[in-house]
Design a protein around this ligand. Structure first.
Ligand SMILES: Nc1nc2c(ncn2[C@@H]2O[C@H](COP(=O)(O)OP(=O)(O)OP(=O)(O)O)[C@@H](O)[C@H]2O)c(=O)[nH]1
Ligand SMILES: [Mg+2]
Length: 397
């Protein structure tokens, strides 16, 4: 996927969240290494590893080497406990890395020792520093063996406890999209492209001054009620029926399990990237098709970015909270303590930013099919109203 870079539109938004993308371990760094080669205008990126050579070889300039005593610069030897100890040896370095940010997007290939052991520790530290933490992770291909699979599942469980949301893409799910006999390197490169597309779709809408932005509060609302777990899907199209193509590959493809993940989902964020020819009717069609595919009344926050060089192309990314719980029900649920009562890292509240975001919101009276229901207000915004209506967005026709 080529990257949009229209300088006239690439003005950072004054209220955009401060965001850092961190690759953790060989898998996470590998995903970002490949992404950066194809991303002329990337967000701030850092690499964290116990393996000194992997850090040296990475084009990512900001690097943190962990566990000089426990790992001696040689990696964890596939042992997540060594990864965890290495992270604990350098907590200050991790804390300094994430300080003064709002959003951490962590990327890791689970199954090895570093990604699996370090990611939950980094997530906890970042939350303590007040960041929202999204962990984009892969789980190993089946051929990588049972031990890696089991270790990855343990890492996934630990991450759900420490991150705000884990967005897991099992490598095996993407395998279905590849022709038989695809070389390993190409299979990883494909996973890399899909992971990056998911991150890029979100990042573009949160940070760039495009036609139809997302509020950080849209993301907060999705994530805070997601049950700590989201899925993502990606589809692309070109030519006159580009929206239909992108929809088809996303709704019928394996990333969202042929739409199964959407059926029960209560909330999602859709990101559309297109060219100057991106039309309101295409956006409406995308919105409607997701409405039809999801649970009745599902919250759909949609954003769109327009880039001049994207004429005749459209890319669609969906971040889906399959186990989304409406905030009202969540409050009731507090009466009955959850079975798993292990404490989650507390996020230190930040001051200042919320007021700035509220000032952006437009008041809208048309609440569509939510007209007769009590509004769900989050940070002053009625989340039952689609973002693009709520914010009075102008869409190129
Ligand atoms: N998409 C993608 N996945 C990768 C890549 N390299 C590794 N992976 C996946 O990520 C998992 C963990 O990566 P590793 O590099 O083995 O592990 P690590 O996190 O560095 O941990 P140790 O090397 O054991 O310390 C692997 O089992 C693969 O499934 C890559 O370049 N791209
Ligand atoms: Mg490694």
């Amino acid at each position: 996927m080529t990257t949009p870079s229209d300088s006239s539109r690439d003005i950072p938004r004054p209220t955009a969240p401060r965001m850092l993308v961190v690759g953790v371990g060989g898998g996470g760094i590998g995903i970002l290494n490949n992404a950066l080669a194809d991303w002329p205008d990337p967000p701030p990126v850092a690499a964290v590893n116990t393996d000194a050579r992997s850090l040296e070889e990475s084009p990512i300039p900001l690097r943190v080497a962990l566990g000089r005593n426990v790992a001696k610069g040689l990696g964890s030897g596939g042992d997540a406990e060594i990864g965890r100890l290495a992270a604990n040896e350098d907590l200050d370095a991790l804390r300094a890395l994430v300080a003064n940010q709002d959003l951490l997007i962590m990327v890791a290939g689970l199954g090895g020792g570093t990604g699996t052991g370090v990611a939950p520790v980094l997530a906890r530290i970042a939350r303590e520093e007040g960041l929202m933490v999204l962990a984009y992770v892969t789980t190993p291909f089946t051929f990588e063996g049972t031990r890696r699979q089991e270790q990855a599942q343990e890492g996934l469980a630990a991450l759900k406890q420490s991150a705000d949301a884990v967005i897991c893409m099992p490598n095996e799910r993407l395998h279905a999209l590849l022709p038989a006999g695809t070389p390993l390197r190409e299979a990883f490169a494909f996973v890399d492209r899909m992971m990056t597309a998911g991150i890029r779709g979100l990042w573009t809408l949160l940070t760039r001054n495009n036609s139809l932005n997302l509020d950080f509060s849209d993301l907060q609302s999705l994530v805070e009620n997601s049950g700590n777990e989201c899925s993502f899907g990606y589809g692309e199209g070109s030519g006159p029926d580009k929206a239909e193509q992108a929809l088809r590959s996303l709704l019928q493809g394996p990333m969202l399990e042929k739409g199964r993940i959407l059926v029960n989902s209560g909330a999602m964020i859709l990101s559309v990237i297109g060219g100057p020819d991106l039309s309101l009717s295409e956006l409406e069609m995308i919105h409607r098709r997701f409405e039809e595919a999801a649970r009745p009344g599902a919250r759909i926050a949609m954003g769109a970015a327009v880039f001049d060089e994207w004429s005749d192309r459209l890319a669609l990314t969906a971040l889906v909270a399959e186990h989304w719980i409406p905030p009202a029900l969540k409050a009731d649920a507090l009466v009955f303590p959850a079975e798993d009562a292990s404490p989650k890292a507390e996020r230190r509240p930040r001051r200042g930013r919320r007021d700035a975001r509220q000032a952006e919101l437009d008041l809208v009276s048309d609440r569509g099919r939510f007209q007769d229901v009590a509004p769900t207000i989050h940070e002053g915004a009625d989340l039952d109203i689609p973002t693009y209506i709520r914010r009075g967005i102008r869409i190129p026709s």
